[in-house]
Write a protein that binds this ligand. Structure first.
Ligand code: DGJ
Length: 547
């Protein structure tokens, strides 16, 4: 009996020490600057998120998810974006249930996948449909956004301390719990809320909101604007300058009477609310946190789009009001991917795309995002339904799976080059853009679309070309991309010699290993005059020379 007790005691000690060792050895995921880029550090090393976001309801059931994990892992994803919602975590006030998050973390880890958790707290796509029933039913304690005519909407108002504090309490408890169970650091980051903002009107018209709107713009925001005058996003600066660059006054006095002022007002209130929720979460477990934006269609007015969301024109307001957030992210469902990604690439705001298309367009955009804007991650939406699905062109390997296998192979080099001038990307977008140019590594590189003409009325998404370029040496490059295109090369300064192609070798993935496959010449490279991007599952090793 005594011997049994000693053995049991030793096992317990070993378990405690192993557990402690695991959590002490594994550094927390965090962000770190490298050159002009900001990188996500996972297990002590920079990491590229080759991700995908689950459809909204899949992760509400561990058994529904069971077959999906291995499918995603086999399709080259390294990270899954999965929602956890307030109604599930706190079904009764003060009574927390962490069964779901525990199950998601252990299933992801078993499948060698990382997680980004989406906190569907007070808001999901402007609505408050994921709040617990005890919050939904008590509209007095948890007030709503009201329309101009006084009718309520199913949206908690961000101008309420009781809404904010209840959400912060639940989120804080969730994060504290994740800290205790996630010794393997499976959870990399948290998205706080989802596509916030108000529709269908430009702002909350509750009596509290009306009163606050006519009161003075908070001093903290005024101070930020004055201090950052020369680097403010153009829309905010324009409104402020046009209204006379005042340093105090009501919202309309400071930013003018146009509808965008309502948007700025809501942005401040969403930002400060989300900041309090984020800070409570970080007090529980301090890992990177961000929030995402639904973008604007051309000529839409506030309220037709999510007014007050973390849109480019409100990035400064969020920086001033939500310093606890590490960055803001765009959900890019529009064809001008490069424009939107570029607007979120700001000093201190790394590009992470939590939602976008997959398919042919997604593959091209992934190459562009990692090449040109130093993205820390890319993640098409509805991933469990789209990879290799019946609608995917390209046979068994869907375009995104192929691109992810290349990006996974190149990740160490991409991560080494991020934030330097030895990494670039170019995208040909839409049916009009048939060519593009980029100056890179001492060369002027022309990219020409080389696909077959598409049928009249066919989606231009299938014509997209996205290319990633890495400079390995003075005349040596690694190139990968998606779509049909040719690349030709010239010196990037006047009067120097002509550039020739010394050699092009292609590398492909065979049975899990990247191998040299062929030397390309003749018809395969335009008799030595161009590099042809023909497959999105190939890495081209290019050597140039001058004559
Ligand atoms: C954007 C939202 O953020 C997602 O949760 C999902 O609803 C998609 N739209 C649907 O396309």
């Amino acid at each position: 009996m005594k011997q049994f007790q000693i053995i049991l005691f030793s096992i317990c000690l070993a378990t405690i020490f192993t557990g402690t060792a695991v959590s002490q050895n594994k550094a927390l995921p965090h962000l770190k600057k490298q050159g002009t880029a900001t990188q996500l550090i996972v297990d002590g090393k920079p990491f590229l998120i080759l991700g995908g976001e689950l459809s909204n309801s899949s992760a509400s059931s561990l058994s529904y998810m069971e077959p999906i994990w291995s499918q995603l892992a086999a399709q080259q994803l390294n990270t899954v974006l999965a929602p956890i919602c307030w109604e599930n975590v706190e079904p009764q006030e003060g009574k927390f249930d962490f069964t779901l998050i525990d199950g998601l973390i252990s299933a992801a880890h078993r499948n060698n996948l990382k997680l980004v958790i989406l906190w569907f707290g007070s808001w999901k796509n402007t609505y408050s449909s994921y709040v617990p029933e005890w919050v939904k039913r008590d509209t007095k304690r948890f007030p709503r956004v009201l329309l101009k005519d006084g009718r309520p909407t199913e949206r908690l108002t961000p101008l309420s301390a009781s809404n904010r504090d209840a959400d912060a309490k639940a989120f804080g408890a969730l994060m504290k719990h994740i800290k205790t169970v996630d010794a393997n650091r499976t959870v990399l980051m948290i998205q706080v809320q989802n596509e916030i903002g108000v529709i269908p009107e430009s702002r909350d018209f509750s009596p509290t909101a009306n009163k606050t709107f006519t009161a003075a713009v908070p001093q903290a925001l005024m101070d930020y604007i004055k201090k950052h005058d020369d680097v403010l996003e153009p829309e905010l600066r324009q409104a402020w300058v046009a209204a006379g660059k005042k340093t105090s006054g009501s919202w309309r006095e400071v930013f003018g009477a146009a509808p965008i002022t309502d948007d700025f007002f809501m942005a401040w209130h969403y930002a400060t609310y989300v900041d309090a929720v984020t800070a409570a979460g970080k007090a529980g477990y301090d890992i990177p946190m961000f929030t995402n934006a639904a973008l604007i269609r051309p000529n839409y007015l506030p309220g037709q789009y999510n007014s007050g969301g973390p849109l480019p024109h409100s990035l400064d307001i969020y920086r001033a009001g939500a310093p606890s957030l590490d960055f803001l992210s765009p959900d890019i469902y529009f064809s001008n991917f490069a424009y939107w990604a570029g607007r979120y690439q700001r000093e201190g705001n790394p590009v992470f795309v939590p939602e976008t298309y997959s398919g042919v367009a997604g593959a091209a955009n992934a190459y562009y995002a990692f090449g040109q804007v130093d993205a820390i991650g890319f993640s098409p939406f509805g991933i469990e339904g789209r990879f290799g699905g019946p609608g995917e062109p390209g046979g068994g390997l869907s375009p995104l799976v192929a691109a992810y296998s290349v990006l996974d192979h190149l990740a160490p080099t991409i991560l080494q080059k991020q934030g330097t001038n030895q990494l670039a990307g170019i995208v040909l977008e839409g049916s009009e853009q048939r060519s593009g140019r980029i100056s890179f590594g001492g060369y002027d590189i022309s990219v020409n679309w080389a696909g077959a003409p598409s049928a009249p009325g066919a989606s231009d998404a299938n014509r997209r070309v996205g290319i990633l370029l890495i400079q390995e040496g003075a005349d040596e490059f690694l190139i990968a991309g998606s779509g049909s295109a040719t690349l030709s090369f010239a010196p990037d300064s006047e009067g120097t010699q002509i550039v020739g192609i010394a050699s092009i070798d292609e590398e492909v993935l065979v049975d899990g290993k990247w191998i040299w496959q062929r030397r390309l010449n003749g018809d395969e490279n335009g008799q030595g005059q161009v590099l042809r991007i023909g497959s999105n599952a190939v890495v081209y090793k290019l050597r140039l020379y001058r004559y």
